[in-house]
Design a protein around this ligand. Structure first.
Ligand SMILES: [Zn+2]
Ligand SMILES: [Zn+2]
Length: 128
């Protein structure tokens, strides 16, 4: 009988990322606790409500997209590989910039229409 502790009860402690296996150390800046891996941006489905650690799912939550809110704050949208729930988590200061970029680019590459057209639309809108 083995019981894995996926994320520690205390979010201020280090943990090993379930997805990429790297050690994740606590955030040194900012008041919030870390809720996803800064290396691969994966999270674990442990919360029913943010921070409550009451979900029994414990599936790996993969980053699927970026969400920039109206106030300019950037969040990562995570989708649980096990149950399919989607949650948003604020981007942390030390999150991998190349991973964030690759999420954004992946979404763009999978649009059901050519991105070149989109660029033209944006440029036309800008120039009036
Ligand atoms: Zn990771
Ligand atoms: Zn889940």
């Amino acid at each position: 009988m083995s019981r894995h502790k996926i994320l520690r009860e205390n979010p201020g402690e280090s943990f090993i990322c379930l997805s990429c296996g790297k050690a994740v150390t606590p955030l040194t800046t900012g008041g919030m606790h870390r809720n996803h891996c800064p290396h691969c941006l994966c999270s674990v489905h442990v919360d029913l409500l943010p921070g409550d650690r009451r979900s029994s799912c414990r599936g790996v939550m993969a980053p699927i997209s970026l969400w920039v809110r109206e106030d300019g704050e950037c969040s990562v949208l995570h989708r649980c590989r096990q149950c399919g729930v989607i949650k948003s988590n604020r981007v942390a200061a030390d999150d991998s910039e190349s991973m964030l970029l690759s999420i954004a680019v992946t979404s763009l590459n999978r649009l059901p229409f050519p991105v070149d057209n989109l660029k033209n639309t944006v440029n036309n809108r800008r120039t009036g």
